[in-house]
Design a protein around this ligand. Sequence first.
Ligand SMILES: [Zn+2]
Length: 124
Amino acid sequence: MQLICSPLTPEIAVLKLYWVSSGRMQPFIHYFLHFVFPGLVAYTCYRKNWRNVYLILVLTMLVDLDHLLARPVFDPCRCSINFHPLHSYQAIGVYFILLIFPKTRIIALGLLLHMATDALDCLF
Ligand SMILES: [Zn+2]
C-alpha cells in the first residue's frame, strides 16, 4: 500500500507543527468549512432563500461517495484531491464550468467549496 502524504517542506513543517500543537483544530476547521461556512455563504449571497441554498451546498457533500471506491475507504494520510474520481482535477474543471450556468451555479459553488476544504486538508 502506498501512502500519499504531503512532502515535508519547511513551510509545511511549520504549518503542521502549528496545526498539531493546536490540538483538535484541524477537525474543527474541517467541519466548520464543510457545514458552517456554506451557511454563511448562503446567508450572505442568497439571503432570500438561503435555507434552500444551504441545503444544496451541504448536499454536495454527497460527492464524497466516491471514497467508497477506494481501498481502504478511509485513510487519514491520503489527500482526496486528484485521488478520488469526483475529486480529480478534471472533475474540478467541470465544476468551474458549471459555475457559468445559473441552474448549476449553486451546486458548482458547493462542490468547489468542498474541494477547497479537502485541498486544505492535503497540506497536513
Ligand atoms: Zn471530499
